[in-house]
Design a protein around this ligand. Sequence first.
Ligand code: HEC
Ligand code: HEC
Length: 340
Amino acid sequence: MIVMSFVKVDSGSIFGLISGQKIGFLLRNPGVKMRAFLALGIGFLKAGEWGGKKAGLIGFLLLVSQGFLLGCGGGSGEEVEVPDLALSHGKKLYKRLCVSCHGVNGRGDGKAAAFLSIPPRDFTQGIFKFKSNLEGLPTDADLMRTLEVGIAGTEMSAYARVPEKDRRSLVDYLKTLVVKDMEIQSEAELEDLDGVQEVVEKDGQKLARVNLFEMWGVGDSVSVPDPPKMTKELIARGAELYKSKTIDCARCHGPGGKGDGPSVDENMKDDWGFLIRPRDLTSEAFKGGKAPRDIYLRIVVGIPGTPMPSFLNNLPEEEDRWALVYYTMKIAGLIPRWIQ
Ligand code: HEC
Ligand code: HEC
């Protein structure tokens, strides 16, 4: 947790980090010392991203001094070769702000990736967790939101301080990274493919590099109606559904919401192959946001790439969806006691 709070310090606030009181504590405790250096290193690197070349250099040196960079150099070896002047605005910003974690080609293999408790997203899979639609890729608004508020409980910080126009350029550029190489057998097959960027040949096999945003498209957002009044009855209905046979959130999140339901085993993995656990709803951050609308979307759309399913069809009644939203909020301690 401590490391996260340091790593989350981004641009500019680096001075807040230096004067932070936790530093003294960290340095007095040898067990966490290494992690403190690591956090400091990444913190400085992040400050460096915002123009402070010196801070970036210090961060780099801190990491090297701890042997971190030396051990994991391979990650994002392929450097961009396009000369600086030709780089689009979004690409430049991406290089400055995102490459350290997401890697040059968006494969989630940036230099800092190996140090993070939750790995940065590999964009090339075309799977995004926090979206408002069921079909296809996330909307621009979904991606803009991720950039604006960040992902709570992870090292993906909020970039609200980056002007909106620049965030839009970042989103535009990010979408060009969502590409997949597909084997093609014939010219006819190639003609049928949408979003082909280039065709390359590898070991005698023709591969079409396809942009998934163009191939799969972006589905319409689920419309979220205005939340009904929060009542004791609605919360009680939510509690019932949570444990019911048909909905059964408890099988994963556990009867008390601690993420310890009977369906959970130690090998539960996400689509990127990383170990994952259902969220402990009582204590862990909601990555996609804790407003009723956010929780509604997570329940209706699910969290793609993870075992958290979409309950769209199992919960046809709006009222039941909100009942579960409110009950989830109750478990998470997000609603005032007088309503419960
Ligand atoms: C310090 C590391 C770090 C940096 C820098 C960083 N990210 Fe991330 N990012 C992450 C992590 C970690 C995740 C995955 C969180 C998860 O899986 O819950 C993530 C996930 C994402 C996602 C996926 C959201 C989804 O719905 O699945 C997007 C989009 C994203 N980052 C964009 C960016 C952009 C654009 C930048 C630069 C402005 C950036 N990130 C900089 C660590 C970082
Ligand atoms: C098959 C297992 C499974 C079931 C059933 C399930 N979940 Fe989840 N849930 C998960 C996993 C796994 C995550 C964590 C995903 C991640 O870390 O990205 C999660 C995350 C969540 C989150 C956190 C959202 C966020 O923004 O971080 C909420 C809220 C949630 N689930 C609510 C529910 C509710 C309510 C139900 C029942 C309607 C339910 N879940 C059913 C596996 C499940």
